[in-house]
Design a protein around this ligand. Sequence first.
Ligand SMILES: C[S@@+](CC[C@H](N)C(=O)[O-])C[C@H]1O[C@@H](n2cnc3c(N)ncnc32)[C@H](O)[C@@H]1O
Length: 238
Amino acid sequence: MQFPKTNTFDAGLVRSKIMGPNTCKLTEELMDEADLPRGSVVLDLGSGTGISSAMLAREYGLTVYAADLWSDPSDNMRFFESLGLGNRQVVPLKADAAKLPFAHGFFDAVVSVDSYNYFGRDAGYLGACLLPFVKRGGTIHLAIPGMVRDRHDNLPTCLLASWTPEQLDYMHDMDWWRRLLEQTPGVAIERMRELACTREAWADWIECDNEYAQNDRAAVEAGALDYLNTIAITLRKD
Ligand SMILES: C[S@@+](CC[C@H](N)C(=O)[O-])C[C@H]1O[C@@H](n2cnc3c(N)ncnc32)[C@H](O)[C@@H]1O
């Protein structure tokens, strides 16, 4: 696949920032059909080290709030500054997705890459904790590591080479996500699909020189990607 926006970032820098399958490629494939007008105000929820936020600000011209629970917003701000991005383009903050500190109706859109499955697996989450902060007519764009087909009662051994059943419970198939999200009133599922870049995004990740990537390598090399996908979801608030 072609990733012109991802390729504007140094490959070594990307490897040092990603926390799972290549965030830049997932973000680029997710956002290229989102068609958000430049200047839209966007929440990058679960932004991690901020590489997706930097891409959204620099390559898509969005005003980005980079909200994450585990990462340090000061580190992320230094990173944004190192790319020439100022505080009118990206606002780094520490925030829990369950208690977002914004005004209702503030965001034109929400983007969440490789994060929503950490905090969004409860049926009440979307309606109570996220949707209120999106404008009417606004959109939510999710890229979620998933399973081609749920098989939690009979997990393939290749998946167990790197992950416990409890960790794999964060991954579900498209039908599972559809059933979950359909329960929320006031929002429509506009589109669900598999991202095409899953295999190469994982290949980039397991090449990284950190203990998490090394842990994940065993499952991928044993064939895990026959069972895993990335689910892209577009939601629109009524
Ligand atoms: C696998 S990392 C992905 C980070 C980033 N989006 C990326 O693709 O590189 C998952 C992220 O979810 C964030 N996260 C988990 N639970 C969260 C919560 N309750 N509120 C906000 N962020 C959360 C973590 O801080 C972590 O950075």
